[in-house]
Design a binder for this molecule. Structure first.
Ligand code: NDP
Length: 300
């Protein structure tokens, strides 16, 4: 079997198009422009790249983009004051504090200071609790993107066996909650799981969010299963020349694609969906804040 490639880049472009359409309708019918604020503390190069591309895409879909940059040695009080001002700003519907924060800042405290209704990353403890109890919440962007691709590919996920590898708060746990919400039978595997291969072999849906390059190989995969590879790992690529690197996922693409029914590539799979879902969450937050109908298909 050769797997169908789930094209995350194309899917993300479609989601951004839906967001842009909804933004245009909000402006036209209600005079409202959704606003997303991103707060960056310090000079971490990877974070700077993320923040730049988030800002660019926010503007491209017609939303207002605001950036707040604080020095790496900013105090917790300074950062909390920025978040408070954004919480109170009626033109801002989504707030994202770029993680990781410098070590002297308490991430939990800062995230939980964001108004949960504006918490477009879905990391606030209220949103975590709402998701865990199956209530309407802001859903973390990466798992939301995975869910959208799975729903699109399968239609209904009800009754499927799903294995999520990884139990982080930002990917593994919310992913498992979302799959449970769609009536999958869910197993969460992690570094202490015994005989992980055997568990994965039972799965109709595998979501790998581990951070270990090409850990999942084709002999772990049930023929015809759907493989969602969240991992982004940079490895040496001597075949491209000295000192060169390339990106790989947590799944060994070639061997998994030979057995799976469908698979997301790395790059070009889950990655592009994450920013698209951030924009989707912002427009959803804006609609909720104004008591308007939410865009269809852009929430869990
Ligand atoms: P974390 O490091 O927070 O979590 C990794 C999880 O993998 C942990 O639960 C850990 O288990 C588990 N794990 C580690 N080693 C093994 C093993 N040998 N067998 C089974 N489980 C193992 O990572 P994140 O969840 O933040 O990210 C996971 C991957 O996804 C990374 O590659 C990251 O770059 C990528 N990512 C991609 C995004 C995107 O937009 N595409 C967004 C976010 C992340 P334990 O809890 O027991 O330690």
């Amino acid at each position: 079997m050769t797997a169908t490639v789930i094209d995350g880049k194309a899917f993300a472009a479609k989601v951004r198009g839906q967001v842009a359409d909804h933004v245009a309708r909000l402006k036209e019918a209600h005079g409202i422009t959704p606003g997303l604020a991103v707060v960056l503390v310090g000079e971490d190069p990877a974070s700077q790249v993320y923040v730049r591309s988030k800002g660019k895409m926010t503007v491209e879909v017609g939303m207002k983009s605001v950036e707040h940059r604080l020095d790496a040695d900013a105090s917790e009080a300074d950062l909390l004051a920025v978040v408070k001002a954004l919480n109170e700003d009626p033109e801002i519907h989504g707030i994202l504090v770029q993680l990781p924060l410098p070590g002297h800042l308490n991430e939990d405290l800062v995230i939980n200071s964001i108004d949960p209704a504006k918490d477009v990353d879905g990391f606030h403890i209220s949103n975590v609790g709402l998701l865990g109890t199956g209530q309407k919440s802001m859903v973390p962007c990466t798992p939301l993107g995975c869910l959208m691709m799975l729903r699109d590919h399968h239609g209904s996920l009800s009754g499927l066996n799903a294995v999520v590898i990884g139990r982080s708060n930002i990917v593994g746990k919310p992913m498992a909650q979302l799959l449970l919400g769609d009536s999958c039978t869910v197993t969460i595997a992690h570094s202490r799981t015994k005989d992980i291969e055997a568990k994965v072999r039972e799965a109709d849906v595998v979501v790998a969010a581990v951070g270990r390059p090409e850990m999942v190989t084709g002999d772990w995969i049930k023929p015809g299963a759907t493989v969602i590879d969240v991992g982004i790992n940079r490895i040496d690529a001597p075949e491209k020349g000295e000192g060169k690197t390339r990106l790989v996922g947590d799944c060994d693409y070639d061997s998994c694609a030979a057995v799976a029914g469908a698979i997301t590539p790395v790059p070009g799979g889950v990655g592009p969906m994450t920013i698209a879902c951030l924009l989707a969450n912002t427009v959803t937050a804006c609609c909720r804040a104004n008591g308007l109908a939410e865009p269809e298909g852009l929430t869990a």
